[in-house]
Design a protein around this ligand. Structure first.
Ligand SMILES: [Zn+2]
Length: 78
């Protein structure tokens, strides 16, 4: 494969405070399966949310508000 192209992993979250949906994207460079808890701020209301990430991925974190539309997709929560 092409190791020069790094693709961000992207995971959707919903803010427990304001209900905004946002994506958390990061580079997954881990060599093992160590994960850490990391607080990200909701891009809408800044409420902190703890998410689990591969260790080191918090350095490449990007939080993007998902305002792409109102899809009533019920993922069953976390
Ligand atoms: Zn929020």
């Amino acid at each position: 494969m092409e190791p020069t192209v790094r693709e961000r992993k992207r995971e959707p979250y919903t803010c427990a405070g304001c209900g905004a949906r946002f994506d958390v994207a990061y580079f997954d460079d881990r060599q093992d399966s160590v994960t850490v808890l990391h607080d990200v701020g909701c891009p809408s209301c800044a409420r902190a949310k703890s998410i689990s990430l591969p260790q080191g991925a918090e350095r490449t974190l990007q939080v993007e508000l998902d305002d792409s539309g109102v899809e009533a997709e019920d993922g069953g929560g976390d």
